[in-house]
Design a protein around this ligand. Structure first.
Ligand code: ATP
Ligand code: MG
Length: 382
């Protein structure tokens, strides 16, 4: 039997754990064609949730289009992708697609023929880059009109929404807001992980998306329900485990679904032979993962200064470290606070640490402190 605990990609269907409540809620909101801002820290499962939502919407006849802003370097690419995906979600017939694309003013059809002679219809911007915002707006209006003509509901999902600022800033935000507000046949989900960026986009009175829709925060998966999911798969694979022992997985993985999946994936592989999960096995998992990712950590380690390495080692040694306290600085021989602040800022900028809303500094990668402990033991000094 294949390992049912998938990680790193889009996890769907029976391999997707829980999120029933969130799926129900989002489905209801989309049936009402609402506008939702979906926000969570990284790797909590927003993208997976959205793909599972699209499967659900498909079952009830609601069309959907997914757009990852991260994938498009320019506004022109975004205009093409938006127009293509939304139109294709509503119309699958190639001839009709070409006809729709031909009717646009600022975009034109792009026809390609596959090796087997089959024809497919794409779309490209027919104007210069500086006019691509108008092309995007034309594409958005086209989607709304088409949905109205077909008497269908369309859901547009824009993932990595905080990347919007990379295009041309607030001019684009304003234009989008006014379009989104006018669309009566489209529900929108804007999803993003950079909490502060996303929140400032929707909570700042001066920003275009202020109060445009409801904010839905995605928390971690409730432990009991996640345990049911894990126990269920272990049972199907003829593994024996005590559900109380599995609680340790959530502490080790900080309740981040990506981490839990990864821990479970390794747990499944290690216990494959005798099919028994014991607490000692679970305890080993973070170190096993840290070693698997060692090449990546080595690169990260090489990219930081000596002083930053010392600080990272100190932070990894304590669960709830207070880098600006005298005690902490004396114990680890680091300081003063001003240079610690500069190091912390630089480590956050590099993505190695992140600052929580309570102002604490944590490792972006939960298993990195394990690797740091490991090298600290192996090689006494760096
Ligand atoms: N409900 C779930 N069931 C099983 N695995 C999940 C679930 N949610 C998340 N995961 C795991 O976590 C990984 C990360 O999920 P996903 O990419 O959806 O997170 P994200 O919030 O979109 O992250 P980012 O903010 O980095 O884009 C997935 O590859 C998958 O392994
Ligand atoms: Mg994502």
């Amino acid at each position: 039997m294949e390992n049912p605990f998938k990680f790193g990609g889009i996890v769907r269907g029976p391999f997707f754990a829980d999120r029933k409540q969130e799926l129900d809620e989002l489905s209801r909101e989309m049936i009402n064609l609402s506008r939702i801002f979906l926000i969570s820290p990284r790797r909590y499962g927003k993208t997976c949730l959205l793909f599972n939502l699209m499967d659900r919407l498909d079952e009830i006849g609601i069309a959907s289009a997914y757009i990852d802003l991260n994938a498009y370097p320019g506004l022109g690419n975004l205009a093409e992708a938006y127009t293509h995906r939304t139109t294709k979600a509503l119309e699958t017939n190639t001839d009709k697609l070409i006809k729709i694309f031909s009717s646009l003013r600022l975009l034109r059809p792009k026809i390609s023929v596959g090796l087997n002679g089959s024809m497919s219809a794409g779309v490209e911007v027919a104007v210069q880059e500086k006019a691509s915002l108008s092309a995007l707006i034309e594409g958005m209006n086209n989607a709304n009109r088409l949905a109205a003509q077909q008497n269908r509901k369309l859901v547009v999902i824009i993932d990595e929404f905080s990347d919007l600022t990379k295009f041309n800033g607030q001019g684009l935000e304003k234009a989008l807001r006014s379009e989104v507000q006018q669309h009566e046949h489209i529900g929108y989900i804007f999803s993003g992980s950079e909490e502060s960026v996303m929140l400032s986009m929707v909570k700042d009175r001066k920003r275009a998306f202020y109060k445009l829709g409801r904010i839905m925060g995605l928390g971690h998966i409730e432990r009991n329900r996640y345990t049911d999911f894990i126990m269920d798969w272990l049972g199907k694979g003829d593994y024996t485990a005590d559900r109380n022992d599995l609680q340790k997985l959530f502490d080790l993985g900080n309740d981040i679904p990506h981490n839990i999946q990864r821990l479970c994936h390794n747990m499944w592989e290690i216990a494959r032979e005798n099919r028994v999960v014991v607490p000692e096995l679970i305890d080993q998992l973070p170190m096993i993962i840290a070693q698997q990712d060692s090449p990546h950590y080595e690169l990260v380690w090489r990219s930081v200064s000596q002083q930053q390495k010392k600080l990272l080692m100190a932070l990894s040694a304590e669960d709830d470290s207070k880098p600006f306290s005298k005690d902490f600085q004396l114990t680890y021989g680091i300081g003063p606070s001003s240079s610690i602040k500069a190091s912390l800022d630089s480590l956050v900028k590099k993505g190695i640490l992140y600052k929580t809303t309570e102002g604490k500094y944590q490792f972006s990668d939960t298993f990195m402190p394990c690797w740091i402990d490991y090298i600290g033991d192996k090689k006494q000094c760096w």
